[in-house]
Design a binder for this molecule. Sequence first.
Ligand code: ZN
Length: 256
Amino acid sequence: MILVDTHTHLYLEQFDEDRKAIVESAIAQGVKQMLLPNIDSHSLEDMKKLHRDFPSNCFPMIGLHPTSVKDNYEDELTLVENELRSGNYIAVGEIGIDLYWDKEHAEQQKDAFRRQLRLAKKYGLPVSIHIRDSFDMAYPIVKEESTDGLKGIFHCFTGTTSEAKQIMDIGFKMGIGGIVTFKNAGLADIVKAIPDESLVLETDAPFLTPTPFRGKRNQSAYLKYIAEKLAEIKSKSIDEIAEITTNNAKDVFPIN
Ligand SMILES: [Zn+2]
């Protein structure tokens, strides 16, 4: 069984004590590829180091996270484009709009989001999109920019059936994480109705830990609990789910 964790922040300080063991444990459990979305200029060096330490397993993205869009965001975007010129990245991410943590910079978030979608097209890369309390603001921007073969993932999908349909209408896929394992989340019923080809797996480690470790630090090895839950929802074997979601991830990201 080979799984791809399409969204994991293993370079963050929560893993400073045991990062190597955490990555090796994930690989041993079949999570052969871990895709690393960037946050901002402060996270960049640690993320690059993780890629240097595991060049065939940990792949970095470059982007400015919406909650890091502040008054200095022009400087941060300049850095993003400088990094893109190096050609060392598999995607632009994570980018998007987050009105849960920050409403004050909504206009700057919209501008940074659109410009990073355009950077993705300019450099021929897919995108990893973070939206929180902002689907109605973010979706029209993605739709307008969905030209020139732009592909991507709406990461940590927790939306409605109608939102899932809109995402599929523009050929994007959805990242399914630990929330799908939570009782009463209601997400399982929505995910059940989404066609398999539109789903990829993610942990968002160290956050959003799946059952049975909910409340503890998340890690990429726990991706198998999300795969198991998806197998149950879809009445398929975990091997089938692994094969489908890994192929879907490879359809979006240049990780072959
Ligand atoms: Zn993230």
